[in-house]
Design a protein around this ligand. Structure first.
Ligand SMILES: Nc1nc2c(ncn2[C@@H]2O[C@H](COP(=O)(O)OP(=O)(O)OP(=O)(O)O)[C@@H](O)[C@H]2O)c(=O)[nH]1
Length: 517
């Protein structure tokens, strides 16, 4: 009985243990199934993430998903995993190579963008920093994508600049040179009063950065102004020639008329003279015919009356002739007076024009043409008398920076002030001309070698002491001067060359100085 109850309780214990083992097994199975599900889902997500990158990897992951869900085949999973690991490693290297190639491509492309002509400095600099940034290697695709996006943004900006009509235009050095040349030409031409304001505006534009359209417009405007001036000059000359022609025609008509009249009165006078002669003949022959004194007396009285009438007709004719002659001389005198007035006003205009052609319109100093004339004159004088003759070339130092800092108009005013100061520093027998731009030439006769340095340094100091004030800033403007004295056997143009070379030396010895050759 005791044994039976012991076996019963043992069997109950086994059953309990069995139930516990079954429940543990069920728990383990559930846990394993949950892990397998998680693994299958992970592999599913991994397949999705890698999908399309490598076909073999795609297939292997799909197969792994199926194999892992089948418990009987779980032992097949391990070799699959080794294969997949190999494929993943290979794929990693492939991706890294591709990223490296991509990095090279991005560097090349950014270098090309930097070379695009219209890229502004700021963008070019940013591209430079971007290129430096590209020097660091990429570790993942996520390093690569933002770089591509950044470069795309640069590209878009560059494209927008190239195709945007409102974009800041490019200012090429050749446009700057052309603008500078036009500004020089303008300052050497005298425009009419009505044109001056417009010319001033164009000059201001030319001093700034100018694009090709504005430059072409400036050239066109100046050309049409010059054509207008030439046409006006031509029509003034034509008017004068027409007036001259009219006056000459009317003088010729007056002379013709008075010639015709004097011929007519000549004929009349001839007629009257014939009549008078006939009448005198009549008196003579009548006297011989008459024997009676009374009749004779009567005949003489009658014939004398006829004669008197003829004589007074002749006198009236002569008076009329004199009056007509006077009238015609007066008319001629008036015509000639008007003609003389017309001619002298035209001569004055021509003279003024000639003077203007020799004067620099900006500074009112003699211009280069006047300098050429004066050099010839001084040279001829030198050849006759062999007196000392100096040529000095003066150039304002760093004049460009005055234009650049304070504007072209201020530059123009500075030139005017300096020109006047130079003129006032010299005697009447000495000569200064604006050679062009900011360069002046002086011709100084009758000064010894020992005095020329003092004279030119005085001029230099005078310019240096002018109290220029631009935008409330006190500015000192200095001159560099080179001078040379004409020597025997030398043409004055060679003297000029030596003076110019001395100026070049003065410029290279820190400027603001006089160098005598
Ligand atoms: N405002 C104005 N500027 C002029 C005129 N003619 C020439 N210039 C300017 O003069 C300047 C001359 O410049 P550069 O030849 O470089 O000489 P710089 O600046 O004086 O320098 P250095 O001569 O070497 O001391 C240029 O900027 C010209 O545009 C003019 O009629 N008016």
């Amino acid at each position: 009985m005791k044994e039976a109850s012991a076996s019963l309780s043992q069997s109950a214990l086994f059953q309990q243990r069995l139930a516990a083992a079954q429940s543990s097994l069920a728990e383990l199975t559930a846990e394993r199934d949950a892990k397998l599900r998680a693994l299958t889902s992970f592999i599913g997500h991994l397949s999705l993430a890698c999908k399309g990158q490598n076909l073999e990897l795609d297939n292997k992951l799909a197969k792994l998903r199926v194999t892992i869900s089948d418990l009987d085949k779980i032992s097949d999973v391990l070799p699959e995993l080794v294969d997949i690991e190999r494929l993943l490693k290979h794929h990693y290297h492939h991706v890294m190579t591709k990223l490296e190639q991509g990095r090279d491509g991005l560097s090349r492309f950014s270098r090309q963008l930097q070379r695009v002509e219209d890229v502004p400095d700021k963008l070019r600099k940013e591209l430079g920093y971007f290129k430096q940034d590209l020097a660091k290697p990429f570790h993942t695709v996520w390093d690569y994508i933002p770089k591509v996006e950044r470069l795309m943004a640069f590209y878009e900006q560059t494209l927008a600049l190239c195709f945007d009509e409102n974009a800041t235009p490019s200012y090429l050095p050749k446009y700057r040179q052309l603008a500078h040349e036009l500004a020089q030409i303008i300052s050497e031409i005298d425009f009419s009063k009505a044109q001056r304001d417009q010319v001033l505006v164009i000059k201001e534009q030319l001093a700034e950065e100018i694009d090709i359209d504005a430059l072409l417009e400036a050239y066109q405007t100046i050309m049409s102004m010059l054509l207008t001036n030439i046409a006006a000059e031509k029509s003034a000359s034509q008017e004068f020639l027409f007036a001259l022609n009219e006056a000459l025609v009317s003088v010729r008509d007056s002379i013709n008329e008075s010639f015709v009249q004097s011929q007519r009165s000549q004929q009349l006078k001839q007629q009257l003279n014939n009549d008078i002669n006939n009448q005198v003949d009549n008196v003579e022959s009548g006297l011989q015919e008459f024997t009676d004194t009374e009749q004779m007396k009567q005949h003489v009285i009658e014939q004398l009356a006829v004669l008197r009438t003829s004589l007074s007709r002749k006198e009236a004719l002569e008076l009329r002739e004199v009056a007509l002659l006077k009238q015609s001389v007066d008319a001629l005198r008036q015509e000639l007076g008007e003609l003389t007035a017309e001619t002298s006003s035209y001569k004055e205009k021509l003279f003024e024009q000639q003077k203007l052609n020799l004067i620099d319109s900006l500074t009112q100093l003699p211009n280069r043409a006047a300098l050429d004339e004066r050099m010839e004159q001084e040279y001829r004088h030198y050849q006759r008398h062999r007196n000392p003759l100096w040529v000095a070339v003066a150039d304002i130092d760093h004049f460009k920076s005055i234009n650049d800092s304070f504007g072209h108009t201020t530059g123009d005013k500075t030139l005017q002030v300096i020109a006047m100061a130079l003129k006032n520093s010299l005697r009447d027998t000495e000569f200064v001309a604006r050679y062009g731009g900011e360069e002046f030439v002086m011709l100084i006769p009758d000064v010894s070698h020992s005095d020329i340095g003092r004279l030119l340094n005085r001029v230099r100091e005078k310019i240096k002491n002018i109290p220029f004030k631009f935008k409330n800033q006190r500015i000192t403007v200095t001159l560099s001067v080179g001078a040379a004295k004409i020597i025997d056997g030398e043409h004055i143009l060679e003297t000029f060359e030596r003076a110019d070379a001395a100026l070049y030396k003065a410029k290279h010895e820190s400027r603001d100085r006089v160098i005598i050759d």
